[in-house]
Design a protein around this ligand. Sequence first.
Ligand SMILES: [Zn+2]
Length: 166
Amino acid sequence: MALTSTLSHTVEEVWKALDEVQDPEIPVLSLVDLKVVREIQVEGTSVTVRLVPTFAGCPAMETMRRDVERRLAAMGFTEVSVHIERSASWSTEQMMDSTKEKLRSFGIAPPPSKLESLHATLSVPVPCPFCESLDTRPDGEFGSTLCKQYFFCNACRQSFERFKPL
Ligand SMILES: [Zn+2]
């Protein structure tokens, strides 16, 4: 007699579960917030997920893949395939306002919504996530990661990070 699996997760349940998987660098955001999770297909006890990396060569990608695999295995899926599409384009312009709000409350200045050109974007003042002052300046050329830059607020004398526009 063949065993029939009782597992029946819907695609919506998988989206919800992956919305609990945090970004390794910005724990206040989920991989769904970041639009890293693009597509979910469920077939019985197997699940296929398509991920798009935020920044090319983002070293956190392998961590994200492992976290997603672990979360899906915990749901009871016996076959988990995670595809990382390095050729697909990801842009901070797709970031939802609610996601930006989470970034701001975490003390990270969100990327601007419209990118005229990278040069123009980088010369626009970045509002401080703590006091909203525009009197800020880049602090050093490189942020802590590929995805973030350091800034310093002259008004409240705090340094903060900005999620790099892309
Ligand atoms: Zn400030």
